[in-house]
Design a protein around this ligand. Structure first.
Ligand code: DAH
Length: 347
């Protein structure tokens, strides 16, 4: 009798201990290890059952029954606790993954559009809205397109005047965007309207000249384009980029590819002609901003257009010059040094 009740006590206390251990477990893995300590082959319950053999035969069924009850009860408690722990684990995982929207975000600095690109986009936007195509051409250009087709005779002084970077075998770094006119006319038939922005090169460098700078070329060809169309278009341009109350003045000039040719001045927006010491207009009240004219018949001939049928106007402007005036930047090198303190001002 003592044997049976001892065994029963041992099993019951093992059960109580196991239940306490189960409730202390805090992960499914930890719980499983505790279960093994009790119900495994080398576990405590098995060890107690080894004592079964020393019981009198008539006590053995009762002892076996108690052992089974304990094992069943532990297994059930184990399963219950397992469900709890799995839920706990899932909740912990969710909590760990949760985004805390009260945390400060990653700081990303806002960039700025470079002032040259800004002016270029502004001008493109205007002409695009007036139905102009935006064209492109090579920066390493044939002398033919840079000069001959634009009506520069071979020994024309304008070739020197332009401080050309000559390259091998009839190539130059283009000195202006005007060659794009010629290429465009070769591949299109009138009526046509286009602008061509791009980099150009001249061997020249000081605070207002850079060996590489940007121009925008414009060209319109149709059967009866007049100087008035040119004038109206360029006035629109000046009003769009500078201000609608800025007046313009067209002065006779010379370019081999236009006849007649003109240079366009805008009213000095700084002093409006009132300051004889004005540093921007040098006291003249006017600032030169671009060159233009009616397409020279020889240029039409070079591309196979009949000058009796077609007329056209063209213009060319320096983007740096526009941007320097518009943003009152007094040194052209500031555009290319990309000093962050200067660029930040355009945010
Ligand atoms: N190509 C000229 C230059 O680089 C600018 C220019 C003047 C372009 C008159 C034109 C024009 O198309 O008609 O100085």
């Amino acid at each position: 009798m003592t044997g049976l009740s001892t065994l029963r006590q041992e099993l019951e206390s093992a059960q109580a201990q196991a239940l306490a251990d189960f409730s202390r477990a805090d992960t499914p893995q930890g719980l499983y290890e505790i279960r093994t300590q009790y119900l495994g082959k080398k576990g405590k319950v098995k060890a107690i059952l080894k004592g079964l053999g020393s019981l009198p035969p008539e006590d053995r069924p009762a002892a076996g029954q108690v052992a089974n009850q304990v094992a069943d009860a532990l297994e059930e408690a184990y399963q219950q606790r397992l469900v709890e722990l799995k839920a706990l684990e899932a909740r912990r995982r969710l909590e760990a993954d949760e985004t805390d929207i009260t945390l400060p975000g990653t700081w990303s600095r806002r960039g700025a559009v470079h002032p040259l690109i800004r002016v270029q986009l502004e001008i493109e936007e205007l002409f695009y809205s007036m139905g102009y195509d935006i064209a492109d051409g090579p920066e390493i250009e044939l002398e033919y397109y840079n000069f001959e087709a634009l009506n520069f005779p071979p020994d024309h002084p304008a070739r020197d005047m332009q401080d050309t970077f000559f390259m091998k075998s009839g190539h130059v770094l283009r000195t202006h965007t005007s060659p794009v006119q010629v290429r465009y006319m070769e591949t299109h038939t009138p009526p046509l309207r286009m602008i061509a922005p791009g980099r150009v090169y001249r061997c020249d460098s000081d605070i207002t000249h850079s060996p590489m700078f940007n121009q925008i070329e414009g060209l319109v060809v149709d059967t009866d384009i007049s100087f008035r169309d040119l004038r109206g278009t360029l006035e629109q341009l000046v009003h769009h980029v500078f201000s609608p109350d800025i007046g313009t003045r067209f002065r006779p000039s010379f370019f081999p590819f236009t006849e007649p040719s003109a240079e366009v001045d805008i009213e000095c927006f700084a002093c409006h002609g009132r300051d004889t010491q004005c540093r921007i207009c040098k006291g003249t009240g006017w600032i030169e901003v671009l060159g233009c004219g009616m397409v020279n018949p020889n240029v039409f001939r070079a591309v196979g257009y009949d000058p009796e049928t077609y007329t056209g106007f063209a213009f060319g402007l320096g983007i740096e010059r526009f941007a320097m005036l518009k943003y009152q930047i007094n040194d052209i090198r500031l555009f290319f040094e990309n000093d962050i303190r200067m660029l930040r001002q355009f945010r």
